[in-house]
Ligand binder design. Structure first.
Ligand code: ATP
Length: 280
């Protein structure tokens, strides 16, 4: 099974509002994708405004590219197909032509649809020379041929959205097919505050919890790192309660967890650091 997910638009369950920060990315995607998919008639005049068929999201790992792709499908009212470059090339040694045809014909039945290709560098990366597996090369050529076929049918609302942490590994043929490239950056302190507010929205925090302070203490953390830090912090009251129960110092039967405080996060930093090397 080469497709990792197929989700109808109304079941994706992630919206732009669920993503903290990345306002510029949302704005660019609104113009490039959401408007043309929602109002195709406005893009059918003249030659200048043509729906974009390929977009690349690039940037450090964990910055929310996958989350953004899903939310984009929701916002655009498009169905969502997700495939992973490395799965395609490592697990599939069958008939590349059949596989690619099946994918694209399936996609055209689901239009409007966004085909999200995570790790697009492993599927469509720079030609690998002598070490490149024959199956990988066939797969890549078939994929590009099918993609070109798609580009000629102007009215089909199919968008290929690639994501990569390694944009320099993509070859020119792919870069040309992904004419719009959007950088998804690590969040600065202000944007980390926004992400923390979303990730912690449902949590029991001490009154007046200092989001800004926590944001300042997490320089270099990606959205994904912040989420992992919050998970580690949320675990501390649970651990404490279990310790108390073990020692019999829990004064009866209370199993109510105490609210999270800034210290829980500071202490958890030793376990969850920034995953991308960062020069402050
Ligand atoms: P990778 O490049 O490693 O595939 P990615 O850029 O696709 O990473 P995601 O998989 O989208 O990153 O992010 C991982 C998780 O981190 C998300 O499911 C989400 O919980 C959290 N996350 C990342 N960025 C944000 C954000 N800006 N706002 C809210 N949550 C975020």
């Amino acid at each position: 099974n080469f497709i990792s997910a197929v989700v109808p638009s109304d079941e994706i369950g992630v919206k732009f509002d669920d993503i903290g920060a990345l306002e510029d990315v949302k704005k660019a995607l609104n113009e490039l994708v959401i408007l043309p998919m929602r109002r195709p008639e406005l893009f059918s005049y003249g030659n200048l405004l043509r729906p974009c068929k390929g977009i690349l999201l690039f940037g450090p790992p964990g910055t929310g590219k996958t989350l953004m792709a899903k939310a984009l499908a929701t916002e655009a009212g498009a169905n969502f197909i997700s495939i992973t470059g490395s799965t395609l090339t490592s697990k599939w040694f069958g008939d590349a032509e059949k596989l690619t045809k099946a994918l694209f014909s399936f996609a055209s039945k689901l239009a409007p649809v966004i085909i999200f290709v995570d790790e697009v560098d492993s599927l469509l990366g720079a030609r690998g020379g002598a070490f490149e597996h024959e199956a990988t090369r066939r797969m890549r050529n078939e994929f590009m041929a099918a993609w070109d076929g798609l580009r000629s049918k102007e009215n089909q609302r199919i968008l290929i959205l690639g994501a990569t942490n390694r944009p320099f590994d993509l070859d020119d043929a792919v870069i040309r097919r992904l004419p719009r490239r959007i950088y998804v950056d690590l969040p600065d302190a202000e944007n980390r505050t926004k992400i923390l507010r979303i990730v912690l929205a449902q949590e029991n925090l001490v009154p007046g919890f200092e989001y800004d302070k926590l944001a300042k203490l997490t320089e270099g953390y990606s959205g994904s790192d912040l989420k992992n830090l919050c998970i580690a912090a949320a675990y501390r009251p649970v651990q404490e309660l279990i310790e108390k129960e073990k020692k019999g110092t829990n004064n009866g039967t209370s199993s109510v967890l105490r609210p999270l405080n800034l210290d829980d996060f500071v202490e958890s930093k030793a376990k969850v650091g920034p995953s991308v090397a960062y020069d402050a």
